[in-house]
Design a protein around this ligand. Structure first.
Ligand code: ZN
Length: 112
């Protein structure tokens, strides 16, 4: 089977993002959405840094999302709070930003 194309990976990520959000609610959290797609016209092409964020950010490839986590109405800012959800995400084939001090970041596949 040939490797999936970027477009196919993006669609897989979109579906998995839905499952990630449902999983968060199952675990008793609420979420709001942070950064998802970072337009390379504003942030530089993949591999180039313009403004904030990493030059090789998967946000530029439509393969990453930042989720803001809440429990009992309170905003959970720390990386540690994301750990149960992050570990679940990893079990599904994703990369969790908690491994590189970016706890609310969830990307699809091996990249950040
Ligand atoms: Zn991010």
């Amino acid at each position: 089977m040939p490797a999936p194309t970027l477009r196919e990976r993006q669609s897989e990520f979109a579906l998995m993002t839905g499952k990630l959000i449902l999983k968060a609610y199952e675990m008793g959290y609420e979420v709001t959405l942070g950064d998802t797609f970072r337009d390379p016209r504003l942030h530089g092409e993949y591999g180039f840094k313009v403004g904030y964020g990493a030059s090789r950010s998967y946000h530029k490839l439509r393969l990453a999302i930042d989720l803001n986590l809440f429990k009992d109405g309170g905003f959970l800012q720390g990386t540690e709070a994301h750990k149960p959800l992050g570990e679940w995400w990893e079990s599904q084939g994703g990369t969790w930003g908690g491994r590189f001090e970016d706890g609310n970041h969830y990307s699809w596949g091996e990249g950040k």
